[in-house]
Design a protein around this ligand. Structure first.
Ligand code: URA
Length: 234
């Protein structure tokens, strides 16, 4: 890989900024000051330092975010703040994006990554990756309504929703709903299909991973290697 590309991927600045770093002699490769911006390095074998600080190469980044209400799931937006604004400056990278969308008023588990292949797998309609939501609703559900939600309801799409799982919680007017799809406003539309209404929505799991309870709304952490592996196997 070219040295300037490596430095950009390591979040050391824009192409022109990292070129300037190299020109100023701030970058060493295996202990020798780098002279050429286009010199080739082996990102996993060569030791690259910027102002004496060693950079360890990492191609992909994965964050579990507890999305708060009021932010939209996009990389940028002219009108509303986005979830990307929750990242600390050192974690911001132009190639990070949210995997799928939660509504502005939905809270909970959101995965941020720059791994397009994993995102594609998780979002593929063929994969049927489970998503579990804690859903507060206006009225309690009857047994018959639970059956309908579990078997599939008409939300105005070509087909009924795929089989889902409903678990009442101890709280009144609250259920755990696991769905295999991710259609626009899906949970809200499913509740509407049984003449009910969502009053609060929080995603608590995504595929095999459950939201880390230590994360307050607005907080995030990097996934462990094991969690990334489990996601790939989902
Ligand atoms: N279903 C919804 O209605 N909204 C979300 O944000 C996620 C699922």
């Amino acid at each position: 890989m070219r040295l300037d590309k490596f430095l950009c991927e390591m979040n050391m600045g824009s192409r022109s900024e990292v070129k300037e770093l190299i020109r100023r002699g701030a970058v060493t490769v295996n202990g020798l000051t780098a002279k050429e911006v286009d010199c080739k390095i082996h990102e996993n074998a060569d030791m690259v330092c910027v102002r004496g600080q060693k950079l360890s190469y990492q191609r992909y980044f994965y964050y579990m975010l507890n999305k708060p209400q009021g932010l939209i799931c996009a990389t940028e937006d002219k009108m509303s703040p986005t979830v990307m604004e929750l990242l600390a400056p050192q974690d911001r990278r132009p190639d990070l994006f949210p995997v799928g969308r939660l509504d502005k008023d939905t809270e909970g588990f959101l995965l941020l990554t720059n791994d397009g292949e994993l995102a594609h797998r998780l979002l593929s309609p063929k994969k049927h990756v489970d998503k579990t939501y804690l859903v507060s609703i206006k009225h309690g559900l009857s047994g018959e309504e639970i059956c309908r939600l579990e078997q599939g309801v008409d939300i105005g799409e070509e087909r009924l929703t795929l089989p889902a799982k409903v678990l009442p919680t101890k709280a009144e007017n609250q259920i755990l709903l696991t769905i295999q799809e991710g259609k626009f406003h899906q949970v809200k539309r499913m509740m509407k299909a049984v003449d009910n209404e969502v009053t609060a929505l929080r995603r608590i799991s995504f595929g095999p991973l459950t939201l880390d309870e230590a994360l307050q709304p607005g907080e995030y952490r990097e996934l462990t290697e094991e969690e990334v592996k489990i996601l790939y196997e989902a």
